[in-house]
Write a protein that binds this ligand. Structure first.
Ligand code: AMP
Length: 468
């Protein structure tokens, strides 16, 4: 039996059956390391990118431990919330909840998901019926807590997933409030793509003697991803994208852009080019986003054009390619972006289109990856049509291009005036390593050695991080 076979875990039959049904052959490295630790009831600090199988790494052992509470009673009182999973975005919450449901399908453990942008009523009804595993985004969960729909005094397990992004988005005060409602005796699992000083501080405040698990080194990229950086003038990027899609016979891809406006505009112009593209960004309603995601999963959409936050953690396996139409503002997003391809052993392609003004952003990515990147020239298949009007169609296209250029110019001007119009979705680059105390310390919120009454007493964990 292989070292990483699921059967080594002695999972309860209903869970083992669900795993077998998912077609998983063996555990991924994060699963092999984290599952036994969670089964042993220890706190975990896990550095793992999305796509490493980390959802199952926490969901399976949590479900296994919750089986002792399993019951078929219809009384809500018999189904209090025992495990809480917090995530930064609606899509991610939805996907994690879907996975939890699949793993729990042969058990009587109930799960539900709550996130903003949706009517509270159906969520309330589900909460009132009682659920053992609650997956949530912080803001909406607080709404339910305030409305007394969610009672968290019997929570035994908390998962802070994509914790770095939750802090980036500014969820720290919400997290602190939520954690203050939970019993202090509990198991806390924190997953983050990187262990920044802020994350370490969060861990030292809320985790007790955590076991640190790192699967691929933070700031490294999956080895199965073929990465290319092509030098492309801004105005040729769309054409370059089309050409690479065609040359490589790419069936589906994520296309990342840095702004909402750029996202909508690019999807529109790719549609005009005859490609099936859809935009996913912060101005899209929740319903639109989920529909877009479903259409992509069903293969009805070829190119999902997305901003970083909107695409965060999208659970779509084996996307053949990822395009960085814009070099990301935040170099860590480069890693998140290309993590969408080459997952679970499949090889992937990541293409970054480097414009003339992107030198600083590329240098940031190089610093993060700790290697020099080769910027390749791109040879075009045919000469770019320049203003020659052949027929009505060409004229229409040229007009489209002009319109695009004007929009792009306007956008750059706006962005240079006011970088972060919407801090949630258009976060400008900020160096991740800050020396000064993080904001929540400055604001006098509990952290560090001053443990608030809401936080369970912790032992010193600083030593844990010394070796890193
Ligand atoms: P995650 O990192 O949790 O988002 O998982 C990424 C994808 O990998 C999900 O679609 C899972 O269904 C899949 N996955 C999780 N564990 C395994 C496994 N052991 N073998 C194959 N695929 C897996």
């Amino acid at each position: 039996m292989s070292e990483s076979a699921f059967s080594k875990l002695n999972l309860a039959e209903p869970l083992a059956r669900a795993v077998a049904e998912m077609g998983y052959e063996s555990m991924t490295p994060i699963q092999a390391q984290a599952i036994p630790v969670v089964l042993a009831g220890k706190d975990v600090m896990g550095a793992a990118q999305t796509g490493t199988g980390k959802t199952a790494a926490f969901a399976l052992p949590l479900l296994q431990r919750l089986l002792k509470h399993e019951n078929a009673s219809t009384s809500p009182a018999r189904h209090p919330v025992r495990a809480l999973v917090l995530l930064p975005t609606r899509e991610l919450a939805d996907q994690v909840a879907q996975q939890v449901k699949l793993y729990a399908k042969y058990t009587n453990v109930r799960s539900a998901v709550v996130f903003g942008g949706m009517d509270m009523k159906p969520q309330t009804a589900e909460l009132k019926r009682g659920v053992e595993v609650l997956v949530a985004t912080p803001g909406r969960l607080l709404d339910h807590i305030e409305a007394k729909n969610a009672v968290l005094n019997q929570v035994e397990y908390v998962v802070l997933d994509e914790a770095d992004r939750m802090l980036d988005i500014g969820f720290l005060p919400d997290l602190q409030r939520i954690l203050s409602y939970l019993p202090k005796q509990r198991t806390t699992l924190l997953f983050s793509a990187t262990f920044s000083p802020e994350i370490k501080r969060l861990a030292s405040s809320y985790l007790q003697d955590p076991v640190t698990i790192e699967v691929s080194r933070p700031n490294s990229t999956a080895t199965t991803v073929e990465q290319h950086f092509f030098s492309v003038p801004e105005d040729d990027k769309r054409r370059a994208l089309r050409q690479i899609v065609r040359q490589r016979a790419i069936s589906q891809a994520f296309v990342f852009v840095n702004s909402k406006l750029g996202c909508a505009r690019l999807a529109r112009s790719l549609e005009r080019d005859g490609l099936k593209a859809v935009a996913m960004h912060g101005d899209k309603s929740q319903d639109e986003r989920l529909k877009a995601l479903d259409a992509f999963k069903r293969g009805e959409v070829d190119l999902l054009v997305a901003t970083d936050v909107a695409a965060r953690g999208l659970d779509i396996k084996d996307v053949p390619a990822v395009f960085n139409f814009d070099v990301p503002f935040n170099p860590e997003d480069y890693i998140h972006r290309i993590g969408r391809t080459g997952r679970a052993g499949a090889s992937g392609l990541a293409v970054t289109l480097v414009g003339p003004g992107d030198a600083r952003l590329v240098a940031d990515v190089e610093r993060l990856l700790k290697r020099k990147l080769e910027i390749e020239p791109l040879e075009y298949e045919e000469d770019r049509p320049r203003g020659r009007i052949n027929d009505g169609r060409r004229a229409w296209r040229e007009q489209g291009d002009d319109e695009d250029r004007r929009e792009r110019f306007e956008e750059r001007r706006r962005e240079s005036r006011q970088q972060a119009v919407d801090p949630f979705f258009d976060k400008p680059y900020q160096p991740p390593q800050r020396e000064e105390a993080p904001a929540w310390e400055a604001s006098g919120k509990p952290a560090g050695n001053r443990v608030s009454a809401n936080i369970k007493p912790k032992r010193k964990v600083a030593a844990l991080f010394k070796s890193q």
